[in-house]
Design a protein around this ligand. Structure first.
Ligand code: SF4
Length: 111
């Protein structure tokens, strides 16, 4: 093994570590910041006017709306966040939790 090869190999490892750190750091920050907020929030009540306005249900299998397509859930909606413990935030319902298995008719495909 010559010195040039060793230098390139170690440089590649260093750059890979930097890329991994750049990916993981924001996710860790989201997790750390989201825990207290989640603990303070209550689940969205299906009977709330706001929930009924968009046909929200805790279980997508119970969706009774022409916009529903099989496989759509809050868990794969672009507006959903905090995927731990089956409940998370939704940009459409600030301050409330929605079920990861839930659905509403403003569902947006996550990337
Ligand atoms: S907007 Fe998305 S995450 Fe929010 S309740 Fe509707 S389907 Fe669930």
């Amino acid at each position: 093994m010559n010195e040039t090869w060793k230098f390139r190999s170690s440089r590649r490892r260093f750059l890979r570590s930097l890329a991994l750190a750049a990916t993981v750091a924001p996710l860790a920050a989201i997790t750390v910041h989201s825990r207290p907020a989640r603990a303070d929030r209550e689940p969205l009540d299906e009977a709330d006017d706001a929930a009924r306005a968009v046909a929200y249900v805790h279980d997508a299998a119970e969706a009774d709306d022409p916009a529903y397509e099989e496989g759509q859930t809050c868990g794969n909606c672009a507006l959903y966040s905090h995927r731990a413990d089956g409940w998370g935030g939704c940009a459409a319902f600030p301050g409330r939790l929605v079920s990861e298995d839930g659905w509403c008719n403003i569902w947006v495909a996550a990337d």
